[in-house]
Design a binder for this molecule. Structure first.
Ligand code: COI
Length: 353
């Protein structure tokens, strides 16, 4: 792939203090365009800047948009690593197929990420728990108001130095179990990483926030009974000595962190069940104390302990609202591999520099 470079003449000052999540952007971005005649073309790295978009661009009306999220990590010995970027590439292909959008070949996707991360390598932060969040995304940019799959698309990558996703950091969060709104049903786009899924989730998110909860736990869209995922992450429960998480059957996002954590859990010797977990059953485990630990997994959220669940007026607490032993071990092992400070027996790391 030939990438034309147009470097920024003036570089930005780097942020100081707490990075938060997604508030700062680096000096450059990657852009390429797609048409049926030319396929993907005009690959370029240009200064990060506002862009022109036609008011009639189809994405603004019919939300034909997909995205991904992964991170670049700086190790103590100053190497920069990606974590299983081919998994993001494959998920992006699946998302784009479902949304009638062109596929970005796996190699092109990973090469574009490496190229932009190399250009903005000085932005990969060095602080504890900090990384460079990578946001590849695609949108329909044909101007047309008739509803159909577009005939021109743009793919871009922007980068953002980040710290912890939640204000709680890696401390336990409070989760609101949503029983009014639903997120996905089989045959829909629940497994797709598309902006529309997240837009539709905001009403529940705002409601939960007003009630003092950090996130929403979604139940299945048909029975409103079976636990699916949390707004920004997959979710797992340690019940007795078994870890339970929702199966990937078309409504839940196939998380890269989810997959990695399931591998670690197996290798730590725990049983793992991917099954439909009834919310009433989960609340009962909470009441009886059999719910030992709960945590979310996601690229942005990493491993985020869940301390409290609220469902229909009742609250149950996991592990006395403290980060559990297994949760901590999973966090330490995963982040040790991601930041390049531990051995990588699974070959999950990919060096950039
Ligand atoms: C991620 O974890 O990478 C996501 O895309 C979730 C998003 C809400 C930040």
């Amino acid at each position: 792939m030939n990438i034309v470079m147009n470097k920024a003449e003036v570089l930005k000052d780097k942020p100081e203090g707490s990075l938060g999540f997604g508030d700062y952007f680096t000096d450059h971005m990657f852009v390429m365009d797609w048409t049926p005649e030319n396929g993907w073309h005009d690959q370029r790295i240009v200064p990060y800047a506002p862009m022109m978009i036609e008011p009639a661009a189809m994405v603004l009306h019919y939300a034909q948009e997909t995205f991904e999220g992964l991170k670049a990590y700086r190790s103590k010995d100053n190497n920069i690593y990606l974590f299983r970027p081919e998994m993001n590439a494959r998920r992006f292909i699946n998302s784009n197929r479902r949304m009638c959008m062109p596929e970005v070949p796996e190699e092109m996707f990973v090469d574009a990420i490496k190229a932009i991360v190399k250009v903005d390598a000085s932005w990969v932060p060095t602080g504890e728990g900090e990384s460079l969040y990578i946001r590849p995304f695609m949108y329909a940019n044909q101007s047309k108001l008739g509803l159909e799959d577009a005939n021109s698309y743009r793919f871009m990558i922007v980068l953002s130095p980040v710290g912890a996703y939640y204000p709680e950091g890696v401390n336990p969060t409070k989760i609101y179990v949503e029983d009014e709104y639903t997120r996905a049903t089989v045959g829909g786009t629940g497994f797709v990483k598309c902006g529309g899924n997240y837009a539709g989730s905001l009403a529940a998110h705002v409601k939960a926030r007003k009630m003092g909860y950090t996130q929403v736990l979604w139940l299945d869209g048909v029975h409103r009974r079976y636990v699916e995922e949390v707004g920004t992450m997959n979710v797992m429960f340690l019940i007795g000595d078994t870890v339970v998480t929702a199966p990937i059957e078309g409504t839940v996002l196939a998380g890269v962190t989810r997959d990695s954590i399931m591998q670690l859990i197996r290798d730590f010797g725990y049983k793992i069940e991917e099954r439909h977990l009834d919310i009433e059953e989960l609340m009962e485990y909470g009441r009886s104390g059999e719910l030992k630990e709960a945590w979310g997994t996601g690229t942005a959220a990493v491993i985020s302990p869940v301390g409290e669940l609220y469902y229909k007026g009742e609250t149950v607490v996991a592990n006395e609202f403290k980060t559990g032993e297994l949760t901590q071990k999973l966090y330490d092992t995963l982040t040790g591999i991601q930041w390049g400070n531990e051995k990588d027996p699974y070959n999950w790391r990919e060096k950039v520099n």
